[in-house]
Design a protein around this ligand. Sequence first.
Ligand code: PHB
Ligand code: FE
Length: 328
Amino acid sequence: MTATNIQVTTSDSVNQDGYHAFTLGEFEFRRDEYFVYISWPTGQHMMSIDSFLRALQRDVAWDFFYGIVNFDGVFGTVNHYGTVDIFAGRYNDAYRKAELDYSENHETPVIREAFKSILADWTNATFDPFASPHETGAAWGVKNGDNISAITRRRVAANRMVAVPGDEQIRTDESGFPVNRHFKDVDQGEPILEPEPGFEDEVVAFSLFAYLSRSDVTWNPSVVSACKDSLFCPTTEEYILPIIHGNDRVEWFVQLSDQITWDVEDRDTGAVRSRVTMKAGDVCAMPADIRHQGYSPKRSMLLVWENNSSKIPELIASGQAPTYPVEF
Ligand code: PHB
Ligand code: FE
């Protein structure tokens, strides 16, 4: 169903717990103290509100990301880079077989606005959806203020490289971000640069480990360097990736510290494909036909390497490019 002219509507009144309800096309969203309730013409679904808000936060902050953002095995979005599908059961074998899956396509600004409104209304003052569970208060309960500054944080997105003049500077001591409790052993020294005379403005370097040790968010890649379409997107991880990411391209993972275990499933059906445990120094490529979710028992540093070319999804979908990166 295409519903390009449909707007977001917000209920005039709040429910007994103090929250508004939202409508986007035929989807309706309601929350109470513990849960979100999502309904559409052929069904309904509920999720724990903390998981839902963590996933919603990523979808909003990443502007629908690459490919598919599954909030869980039922609900999610597909980015078509200009429009977005919002779906229920579309990548779930049982829903498909029962013909209960449902999806709508919306212009990106419409769904962006809807999701931002839900996130703002349903995130209480105590809850930071970007923080690790250990470093935030609870999402539960009746409406209790808001946390607009936390949910509107901007990710670092360098045009060339962090620390290059004109790009965002690294977070140093003066930034106010403390070294995370799990990264107290990370050397805070910065590299010594000795450029040839005349090149002082062109040679830059920074300690990526020191930079990441001060990250106050989890599962939120920032772009620290861009070379044409090659983006280095490091991030700090703790607990569970709040979404199950369905790839529309290959992406590489370099485990910079500690350990993450990845559940890897078939992108379209959810059938289990593998479990991958990555230890510091391990490198892997996630194929373009899977979906994955990571588990990080301690805060860890992960480098996600993305090819940002807008041509890739179509090349892969049409079979002109393979779903895997290397032929051994
Ligand atoms: C991913 O889907 O590949 C992904 C997303 C966020 C992260 C790490 C990996 O923090
Ligand atoms: Fe991914």
